[in-house]
Design a protein around this ligand. Structure first.
Ligand SMILES: Nc1ncnc2c1ncn2[C@@H]1O[C@H](COP(=O)(O)OP(=O)(O)OP(=O)(O)O)[C@@H](O)[C@H]1O
Length: 232
């Protein structure tokens, strides 16, 4: 499927163009790369730069296979007031060019998996935070992209939904999809990520596998949580 290659020299917002700088990494087939760092470190800004949502990014972003076939699962649910849950899924499927039979089969299976079948014809604007987040996950998973970009997925999800999400990520990685995921849930990140990007004050302060992060902070055998505190 190929690899996401990111080399950001500098990116930011109007009037503050250098919120992040010198952030370079790749996300290869089947990899789960954890984007870790304190509040305000620049994780969401990095994700926005990768997605092309920021003006004046200096650097380059190359998507797997040369074309942006990805799913972005945002931190805050993005919903249409007048569309039902099923209509949200149908809209997403048509934007991704899924045929009807594939859409119906995948949507039905994902609704079952995330226990939203009973809410299929309801308006998601009236859902709980966790239900809205599950809808974002389903939209992300429906078209089986080459790459997932996930911004803090765990907040609001119940333990059963977290397990379903992690199982889905696992099978998507086995299919060959890469994942870039920002999160503050460090014990889960340590358990599931193949490598890490530790960002602080807009810069990459450590990266690599757990052993590389431990070497960087000079704490052999330390947890990601301990390394985070030692480095930030
Ligand atoms: N739209 C914006 N305009 C101007 N500055 C912004 C904007 N969004 C974020 N920033 C600033 O960019 C910096 C990095 O913010 P960012 O949202 O990338 O952090 P984060 O690592 O995702 O934090 P958190 O863990 O709290 O979500 C912060 O100083 C923030 O104030």
């Amino acid at each position: 499927m190929g690899k996401l290659t990111v080399q950001i020299e500098e990116a930011g917002y109007e009037g503050r163009s250098r919120v992040i700088s010198d952030i370079a990494f790749t996300v290869g087939e089947g990899e789960l790369v954890g984007l870790i760092g304190p509040n305000g470190a620049g994780k969401s800004t990095t994700i926005k730069a990768v997605l092309g949502l920021l003006k004046d990014v200096k650097g380059k972003v190359e998507f797997p296979g040369g074309s942006p076939n990805y799913a972005y699962i945002p931190e805050h649910p993005v919903l249409y007031d007048e569309l039902t849950l099923w209509e949200h899924l149908r809209l997403a499927a048509s934007a991704f060019g899924l045929d009807d039979a594939t859409f119906e089969a995948r949507a039905t299976e994902l609704l079952e998996r995330f226990r939203l079948t009973g809410a299929k014809h309801d308006l998601p604007t009236g859902f709980s935070k966790g239900m809205q987040q599950k809808l974002m996950l389903i939209i992300g998973f429906i078209h089986e992209p080459e790459l997932y970009i996930v911004d803090e997925p765990f907040i609001g999800l119940d333990p059963r939904a977290i397990k379903e999400f992690l199982d889905m990520l696992d099978s998507e990685r086995k299919r060959g999809a890469g994942v870039l995921m920002s999160t503050h849930v460090l014990d889960t990140a340590e358990r599931i990520c193949s490598s890490f990007l530790l960002v602080n004050e807009g810069k990459l302060i450590a990266s690599g596998e757990m052993q590389d992060i431990r070497a960087k902070c000079g704490l052999p055998g330390a947890s990601l949580f301990d390394c985070f505190h030692a480095l930030t």
